[in-house]
Design a binder for this molecule. Sequence first.
Ligand code: ADP
Ligand code: MG
Length: 321
Amino acid sequence: MTTPMIKFDHVNKIYGDTKAVDDLSLTINEHELFVLVGTSGSGKTTTLKMINQLIKPTNGTIYFNNRAVTDYKVRDLRWDIGYVLQQIALFPNMTVGQNIALIPELKHWDRAKIKTTVDELLTQVELPPEKYRDRMPAELSGGEQQRVGILRALATQPSVILMDEPFSALDPLSRTQLQDLLLRMHQRLQMTIVFVTHDMNEALKLGDRIGVMRQGQLLQVASPQEISEHPVNEFVRSFFATSNSQTDLLNQPLSQLAQYWQPVSQDMISSKPVVESDTLLKIVLPQLVEHDRLLIQQAGQPLAYLTQQNVLQYLSEHITQ
Ligand code: ADP
Ligand code: MG
């Protein structure tokens, strides 16, 4: 059975002549990981901030647990709704442990319970507590800081967590790790999550359901599979197709481009630069720009070479317009 957790009923937010959110009706269910996706300026952040009343709608009603959000005291509402931003601001003069303990302390948890919770949470995100608990935020990498920020939002297990592009500023590896972490935590804790991103691949990976926004309007709400297979219009289709193929195409190892390889001749065997056949295309692009061809080798043996033109041909044959 699905229970509605958050419901938008004909909600508008208008700034001057900009309809930031245009007649939005949407229900997000309890325990759901709902992803709102769209290009910059499509109204995602405005939508998210109306849930916890950081922004008030021009008109229309938003319900939280079947009660209009305006019927709650703002403090009570935010008590139960965690909020994670792209740039998580940890308090720089507090340790990692103190940062995570902040909200449990505001809620008057007892000391022993706070300490156990902090250590458990740190362990879950692979930041061993004995090593990380007493460090200052400045002593952490960006990915580690973001992990701690997410723990701070999770510490008291709010029933809803709003996440606004929380991984967008991270390097690809940290981003993947945190996406996997979020999926694991969601599976275990079953909180309701509203996750905003402009990245289609992230949306497809994380979402139980995805809502696609454009110019304030919600174009489609569907599962990742439905959206890939039955996009509601040309805009949604090309949005998903392009972002998929662009990232995927460049993330291929050179061995995947074998049909574009050129046979090596004797006089080429000592040419430079030499790259391994399992190197990703995106990694070798700068070298290819500089040298116009690469020698590909495997286990020290020259296999083939690849020219700029071969790569352009591969891209043009695989990209989705
Ligand atoms: P997104 O998060 O999808 O990038 P936003 O919700 O931030 O989009 O913004 C949606 C639209 O509303 C944009 O055109 C933006 O310029 C406009 N907008 C957002 N906040 C304000 C504001 N405080 N004043 C005027 N216009 C705003
Ligand atoms: Mg935004």
